[in-house]
Design a protein around this ligand. Structure first.
Ligand code: CA
Length: 235
C-alpha cells in the first residue's frame, strides 16, 4: 500500500516499550499511516510473513532477540524497508546494520518529524527501486525486458534460471541474499536443496569468467548466502 506523492503507508512498529509504542502509533496514525505494532522479534517476523507492511521501524533493544539477529532473519524472508531505532549512538554498529540490510536508522529519542521524513525517504526509494527494465553493476548490464545480459560489452549466454538468478542478485547489489530467499524468489520453492543453488551459481560464475576462490561479482558468504557486488578494479 504505497501511495505516491504523500507517504501514507502500512507501518509495522517493533518496539517493546509500551509508552514509545503508544506514542508512535498515535503520531503515525495522525499522519494517515496504517500502523501495526508488536513487542517482540518473533512477533515481528510472523507479522512480516503473514501481512507484509510497506516499512518496518525496528527497535534494536528487544526482549527476545538482538536487533542485528532480527534484521538478519528479516532479510532472510523479506525485502521490506527497515528503519532501525536505536538508543545506542554507536557508529560502527550502525554501519554494520546498514551493511546488513537496514535502510536507515534513527537515534533515540527522535522526533516524529524526523521519523516521518525518514519514512517518506525510504518509501520513495522503495517505489523507485521497483521493477526497472535495466540493471547495471560494474561492467554487468542486464535488460530485463529482453532477458539479455552483457559483461564488459560481451553478451552472456545464460539459461533461463541463470538469468533469473543473476537478475535477482543484480537488483540487490551489495546485499547478502540468503539461500532461502533465492529458493523462494528464483526457484519459487519454499524449501529445497542448497546444492541446486550451488550448482547454478558455479555455472553462472564460469560464464562470468570467475571462480569461487577468486570472485569478482559473485561472493559466497559462508553459511548465509551470496552477494553480487561491483568488483574491485583489476590490478
Ligand atoms: Ca527496547
Amino acid at each position: 500500500m504505497v501511495a505516491y506523492g504523500s507517504a501514507m503507508a502500512s507501518v509495522l512498529v517493533v518496539e517493546d516499550d509500551a509508552n514509545v509504542r503508544t506514542a508512535l502509533i498515535r503520531e503515525l496514525s495522525v499522519r494517515s499511516h496504517v500502523v501495526r505494532s508488536v513487542g517482540t522479534a518473533m512477533d515481528a517476523l510472523r507479522e512480516v510473513t503473514q501481512a507484509p507492511p510497506d516499512v518496518v521501524v525496528l527497535d534494536l533493544g528487544l526482549p527476545d532477540l538482538d536487533g542485528a539477529e532480527v534484521l538478519k532473519m528479516l532479510r532472510g524472508i523479506s525485502d521490506v524497508p527497515v528503519i532501525i531505532a536505536t538508543a545506542r549512538d554507536d557508529e560502527p554498529e550502525i554501519v554494520r546494520l546498514l551493511n546488513a540490510g537496514a535502510d536507515d536508522y534513527l537515534i533515540k529519542p527522535f522526533s516524529i518529524e524526523h521519523l516521518s521524513a525518514r519514512l517518506a525517504a525510504v518509501l520513495r526509494r522503495s517505489v523507485r527501486s521497483g521493477p526497472t527494465a535495466e540493471l547495471s553493476v560494474g561492467g554487468l548490464h542486464i535488460d530485463l525486458d529482453r532477458r539479455e545480459a552483457m559483461l564488459d560489452g560481451e553478451p552472456l549466454e545464460l539459461t533461463r534460471r541463470e538469468f533469473d538468478l543473476l537478475a535477482y542478485l543484480a537488483a540487490r547489489p551489495g546485499r547478502v541474499v540468503a539461500r532461502r530467499e533465492l529458493l523462494a524468489e528464483v526457484w519459487r520453492q519454499a524449501y529445497g536443496d542448497d546444492q541446486t543453488i550451488d550448482v547454478h551459481l558455479s555455472w553462472l560464475r564460469r560464464k562470468l569468467g570467475e571462480t569461487a576462490a577468486a570472485p569478482r561479482y559473485l561472493h559466497t558468504v559462508r553459511g548465509v548466502g551470496v552477494r553480487l557486488a561491483e568488483p574491485d578494479p583489476r590490478p
